[in-house]
Ligand binder design. Structure first.
Ligand code: NAD
Ligand code: MG
Length: 392
């Protein structure tokens, strides 16, 4: 059920600020019960002031005495760290938790929200990549709703309404192809952070923009879709669509394909996850069909972008009850992307580092139906493995 009381985790990021834009257009009685940031405390305080938010969480560097004084004067309670995130996600006040933290750091509050039966508007795809095998059954038992914010999954979620789940043959995930779609592999390997951050169609946070350049973002989205829609990975196809207008598609058993189209703007899928099953006017513009448009589709270059096959391999290895290899892929990628953004490695090293961490993990016996402890241990070991490689 939709709730007008939202906790926005990661409110200072690209999705978080877009979500606040959506809340202000939705207007009364929509409001934020809590906002959170890692290190952008000034922006967080500005948001708390503007949206009259009663609680904020800071997970990074300690707020200064002056920050604390300002928050106090606003009547805004300050919580700290992961415990703070879990507390505002599980509190009785928000009916909906918008999970817009980047990376594995987003998992603990998502678990807390699912355990407390909330609606989770999920942007943090890493949660499902790591722990989909825990989150989906937990949501079924608590009555939590996990609704996609990711534009591809929102498109699929909307198209699925046109038939029964048993009539679905295939999900078609579209991908822009990122900034290196038509760059020769050797040039791509030497690309700088500035080049990799220059995404052709979407304006997003740093990590997901790099993931879009390696296509790990699409790799993660395949794993996200497998859990969210309970579909076999072999029934998910990835198609390059450089214009980012068709956000994804569903093929039904009669051969009919349903798609969702809109200009690339995250405010629409964010809002739909909040208002579902209702729709409402949205600040994002609709398509302008009075102008010409060319929509093109092509298969991805799987040799140039091995991330895709790595994800299908992880899904197959983990199996239907889940495993730890997807978590390893995610953790290794987070460390490699951080190193790339810090200028320590070239672009071409990201994917091989992830592949090496996955190979290393498979030297030990495989885990199926993992516990949270096993997933977190696999995550930590993969990070340590990549850090060691980086130090060599
Ligand atoms: P971003 O970097 O712009 O924002 C990240 C937010 O998370 C910030 O508020 C930051 O303060 C917070 N954060 C960062 N590290 C943290 C940590 N260790 N602990 C707690 N909080 C932390 O990222 P974004 O582009 O908004 O992406 C957020 C999530 O949404 C990611 O999982 C991404 O894959 C997903 N997503 C983003 C888009 C998009 O258009 N930006 C689209 C689809 C999905
Ligand atoms: Mg997406």
């Amino acid at each position: 059920v939709p709730s007008t009381h939202i906790a926005i985790l990661g409110s200072t990021g690209s999705i978080g600020t877009a979500a606040l834009d959506v809340l202000s257009t939705l207007g009364d009685p929509w409001r934020a019960t809590a906002l959170t940031t890692h290190s952008r405390i000034d922006l967080l305080i500005e948001q708390a002031r503007r949206f009259k938010v009663p609680r904020v969480v800071v997970t990074g560097p300690e707020p200064t005495p002056s920050h604390r004084a300002t928050l106090k004067s606003l009547g805004c309670q300050l919580l700290l760290g992961e415990a703070g995130l879990r507390e505002v996600a599980a509190a009785p006040e928000p009916g909906t938790v918008l999970a817009a933290i980047v990376g594995a750091a987003g998992l603990p509050p998502v678990l807390a929200a699912v355990a407390h039966g909330k609606r989770i508007a999920l942007a943090n795809k890493e949660s499902l990549v790591i722990a989909g095998s825990l989150l989906m059954p937990l949501a079924r038992s608590t009555g939590a709703e996990i609704l996609p914010v990711d534009s591809e999954h929102s498109a699929i979620f909307q198209a699925l309404a046109s038939g029964k789940r048993s009539e679905v043959r295939k999900l078609i995930l579209t991908a822009s192809g990122g900034p290196f779609r038509s760059t020769p592999a050797e040039t791509m390997a030497a690309a700088t952070a500035a080049q990799a951050l220059d995404h052709p169609t979407w304006k997003m946070g740093g990590k997901i923009t790099i993931d879009s350049a390696t296509l790990f973002n699409k790799a993660f989205e395949m794993l996200e879709a497998r859990w969210l829609f309970d579909i076999h990975p072999d029934s998910i196809e990835i198609v390059i669509h450089p214009q980012s207008i068709v956000h994804s598609m569903v093929e039904f058993n009669d051969g009919s394909t349903l798609a969702q189209l809109s200009p690339p703007d995250m405010r629409l899928p964010i809002q739909y996850a909040l208002t579902y099953p209702d729709r409402a006017p949205c600040p994002s513009p609709p398509m302008d069909w009075t102008r010409p448009h060319t929509l093109t589709f092509e298969p991805p270059d799987r040799l140039k972008f091995p991330s895709l096959d790595l994800a299908f391999h992880a899904a197959r290895t983990d199996g239907p009850s889940g495993g730890t290899l997807s978590a390893v892929m995610n953790a290794a990628n987070e460390v490699a992307v951080e190193a790339f953004l810090a200028g320590h490695i070239r672009f071409g090293r990201i994917t091989p580092l992830v592949a090496a961490a996955m190979d290393h993990h498979q030297l030990a016996p495989l885990t199926h139906d993992p516990t949270l402890e096993q997933l977190l241990a696999a995550d930590a070991a993969a990070r340590a493995f990549v850090r060691t490689r980086l130090a060599q």
